[in-house]
Ligand binder design. Structure first.
Ligand code: ZN
Length: 401
């Protein structure tokens, strides 16, 4: 009887082309240290409340060094994660000898997976660029934009429009025209997300990074969660139609920026938005064949919840403020955030004077937490080197982790 079912099953795979593989979503929380999660939990209405991150099935920690320094930048970290090769700060998609190494998008193209990249930074910024490009200097964003136009990624969403415009480019190429010629739908306004399309999509909502959620005009720019909602639906429909699995990279990239500027309120809004986005991704994964890996590429300025034992009015769990944090509207949240004390690690205390530094916070050498969700696979270790994550995503896509 068992054999009969098995042969029926195998026959149905052959005739109906049933999808057996696994989609893979990798979320990079750029610059987020562990205390950020602790802050999110405390800023929720009840400090003991579960947050979306608690619904991952496994947790690990991950070192973050670059090839030549303990303190990585996002280019070296992204290259390690998305190519499996540790390299030097500033390098993207190349090893320390400047030789190109295969990245995740190239791997996916070779294996015919659908691909997507979503970020709230410029799509040419270091982390998203690490998934598809090869440059010896992360600031070569005009070159990165050109490479992106040659990659045939199914879905690209984020900021960085200026790098694609003829009038700004050294080679006077109109990259948006190139995308259109290749059959892409080019979106420049949020309202463009309302219509479904069969075409590949590039959506660029801002000349540079998208605004912080704290100050974003959401009638003009989508939130990170809105982009992810669109992206998940788009890739799900496309993968059904084309009978292929997909790889999607999502970057919550502005946690890092807010931390560099030790901007607590901007940071909180980025973190709350990330928590919401993670909920959407895990809901999607629980209903589909999807593996999710979330990791920070490094920590930035290590924000931490501080206080003293005697500071009871502010920081005990009985405190009026903590029990009554209202995250339902920006106004209410801002009112209560004034009562919180968050301290960042101020790098300027250690390297030069404060006057010399516009950036008060910088990357740290801390290990970071990683999260894993899959109905099918388990990861084996509790500690990973950042470059080892590449194998996890490749093997999950190939269904043999
Ligand atoms: Zn940074």
């Amino acid at each position: 009887m068992k054999t009969k079912f098995l042969s029926l099953f195998l026959l149905s795979i052959i005739f109906f082309n049933i999808v057996l593989g696994e989609n893979v979503i990798v979320i990079i929380t750029d610059g987020m240290n562990f205390d950020c999660l602790s802050i999110v939990r405390k800023i929720s209405q009840n400090p003991l409340k579960n947050i979306s991150f608690d619904n991952f099935s496994q947790i690990f920690y991950c070192e973050t060094t670059a090839d030549n320094t303990y303190i990585t930048d996002s280019a070296a970290a992204g290259t390690a994660i998305f190519t499996g090769c540790k390299t030097e700060n500033g390098f993207i998609g190349i090893d320390k000898n400047k030789k190109n190494v295969e990245n995740i998008i190239e791997f996916c193209k070779k294996k015919s997976f659908l691909t997507g990249v979503i970020t709230n930074t410029r799509v040419t910024h270091a982390t998203p660029a690490s998934t598809y490009s090869h440059v010896d200097e992360r600031n070569k964003e005009y070159d990165i934009a050109l490479q992106l136009s040659e990659k045939d990624i199914d879905l690209v969403m984020g900021g960085g429009l200026k790098y694609f415009l003829k009038e700004n480019r050294y080679d006077k190429k109109d990259l948006l025209e190139e995308f259109t010629k290749k059959g892409y739908k080019v979106i420049k306004e949020k309202k463009g997300l309302k219509e479904n399309t069969d075409k590949k999509v590039i959506a660029l909502f801002s000349n540079s990074h998208l605004s912080y959620e704290f100050e974003k005009d959401t009638t003009e720019q989508p939130t990170l969660t809105e982009m992810v909602d669109y992206g998940l639906n788009y890739l799900y429909e496309r993968s059904k139609k084309m009978n292929k699995e997909f790889f999607l990279m999502i970057e919550s990239g502005r946690i890092d920026h807010a931390s560099h500027y030790t901007a607590f309120k901007e940071l909180i809004f980025e973190l709350l938005e990330t928590e919401k986005m993670v909920k959407r991704v895990l809901d999607f994964a629980s209903k589909t064949n999807t593996t999710v890996l979330l990791v920070s590429d490094h920590a930035t300025a290590n924000p931490v919840f501080v206080g003293t034992f005697t500071d009871s009015l502010l920081h005990t769990m009985d405190s009026y403020f903590i029990k009554n944090v209202d995250t339902s509207s920006k106004e209410n949240l801002l009112k209560t955030l004034d009562s919180f004390k968050i301290k960042f690690t101020d790098i300027s205390e250690f390297s030069g004077t404060k006057e010399e530094s516009s950036y008060k916070g910088d990357h740290t050498g801390s290990d970071v937490l990683g999260f894993f969700y899959s109905k099918k696979f388990r990861i084996e270790k509790i500690f990973y080197k950042n470059y080892e994550l590449f194998e996890i995503m490749k093997k999950s896509l190939m269904d043999n982790l």
